[in-house]
Design a protein around this ligand. Structure first.
Ligand code: FES
Ligand code: FE
Length: 446
């Protein structure tokens, strides 16, 4: 028995036993609640998921010019995502090669060099160590600076401007990791030849919830809108039919864990197509999207959500900034649920918009985001209030032995006519995407 197992055993159940129970239960649509708040599970996730997976770090528009950088994290590993003078993107581990101090202490900026505040070793923005104070007197000729650059992340790659990093040099390529979810990411990111831009810095806050609870919510939990966001319906901020999120299509990518929900106009509503974009933007989208099928799917969509395994989620609904649903300003938010402890995450939440939309439209879209999601968002607060109590229960002596239920839609047929890749079901009140998410989680954990 490992030390980790012993620690979990003190809480009532070993990590191995929790995983065995999860493997036994998942085919029948259940999971042990303990997976959502357990020290051993968290440590194993760090080792087997977050040190292996391609994890979303930043968008290229956050670092457009040479020297631009932002700090980003994979669990607690800090990286400087920086564009070098050569235009190349790098993710440098933010740890001085001298005694391990954090060399960059500002979360974003522009710098040609990073000087460590402890003894002053200085690195170029490509990671090369170039300056050591009083090098000759202190070290003579013994220091091989060429071997002491900042350590780069083992793998870094981009997809449609999205920057992902991976701590495992042997992991498959980013393209292979994403697989067929790229078809759905294209719908979100290729509406204009100008591409997307991230506006402002990400909002960041800590929530006492497990990263999987947030990820599963965005990958396929339409069902909660009936209750959790009921007040939004009553206030006119969501469609009048409280079952609005039931319609549309739910799609998952087997073996990859990713999934998406594409929700159309609820019956009887008169919502504009293509999220209500103006006609000229729709024309640009038609030219920009890789296929007619993707454009056609986008044309019928009013709300789209996706989780890219493990912890990137995207939400793109049509919503008005004045809080009325019947309108024509969509918004798009990307978020990373970065685990920072058992039952605890730091959320990074970005607002994204097509670069070539008029400024006024961008501002309205951003207002729509700020009022519904992000720290000030009503929907976000609804969700967090629920999620924290799930995580709290999952960590209690009795609650951790309870089972949580994912049995919705187990007998629902798949949709043979869906034009996109993946397994599609012609409804959104189903847990198919969640079961797929946890199959991938379990595969990596076991
Ligand atoms: Fe960075 Fe000493 S720890 S220069
Ligand atoms: Fe929600």
């Amino acid at each position: 028995m490992t030390q980790r197992d012993e620690r979990s055993l003190e809480l009532g159940q070993s990590t191995g036993a929790i995983l065995d129970e999860a493997a036994r239960l998942l085919p029948g649509g259940e999971l042990p609640a303990a997976i959502f708040n357990d020290r051993g599970i968290f440590e194993l996730e760090r080792e087997r998921i977050f040190s292996k997976a391609w994890v979303y770090l930043a968008h290229e528009s956050e670092v457009p010019d040479p020297g631009d950088y932002v700090l980003r994290y994979i669990v607690d590993d800090p990286f400087i995502i920086v564009r070098g003078e050569d235009g190349q993107l790098r993710a440098l581990h933010n740890q001085c090669r001298h005694r391990g101090m954090q060399v960059c202490r500002s979360e974003a900026g522009n710098a040609s060099n990073f000087r460590c505040p402890y003894h002053g070793w200085t690195y170029r923005n490509n990671g090369r160590l170039t300056g050591v104070p009083v090098e000759k007197q202190a070290y003579g000729s013994t220091l091989d600076k060429s071997q002491l650059g900042l350590v780069q992340i083992p793998q870094l790659d981009t997809y449609n401007g999205m920057i992902f990093g991976c701590l495992d040099a042997d992991q498959v390529s980013l393209d292979e990791w994403l697989g067929d979810v790229r078809w759905y990411l294209d719908i979100l990111t290729m509406r204009s030849p100008a591409g997307l831009e991230i506006v402002g810095a990400p909002q960041r806050w800590v929530v006492d919830v497990d990263w999987k609870i947030a990820g599963e919510n965005f990958v396929g939990d339409s069902y909660h809108t009936l209750m959790t966001h009921r007040s939004m319906v009553e206030l006119g901020q969501a469609p009048r039919d409280p079952k609005y999120a039931m319609y549309g299509e739910q799609v998952h990518i087997p073996e990859r864990g990713h999934g998406a929900m594409l929700i159309g106009a609820p019956p009887g509503t008169d919502l504009p197509p293509f999220w209500g974009y103006p006609q000229d933007a729709i024309e640009r989208a038609k030219r920009s999207m890789p296929s007619q099928e993707q454009f056609d799917v986008a044309h019928e969509t009013r709300i789209m959500l996706s989780t890219v395994f493990p912890n990137l989620s995207i939400h793109n609904p049509i919503r008005r900034p004045d809080h009325r649903y019947e309108g024509s300003i969509p918004m798009m938010t990307w978020r990373v649920w970065n685990p920072i402890g058992p039952g605890r995450i730091e959320i990074f939440s970005w607002f994204a918009v097509e670069r070539d939309m008029p400024e006024e439209w961008k501002n309205l879209s951003r207002l729509s985001y700020l009022r519904s999601f992000g720290i000030s968002g009503t929907f976000e607060q609804d969700d967090a209030e629920i999620w924290t109590h799930i995580a709290r229960n999952a960590g209690t002596f009795s609650g951790r032995t309870h089972r949580v239920n994912y049995q919705m839609g187990m007998e629902l047929e798949t949709d043979p006519n869906w034009p996109g890749p993946g397994v599609a079901q012609p409804a959104n009140f189903t847990d198919a995407n969640l079961r797929n998410f946890y199959r991938r989680w379990l595969e990596l954990m076991s």
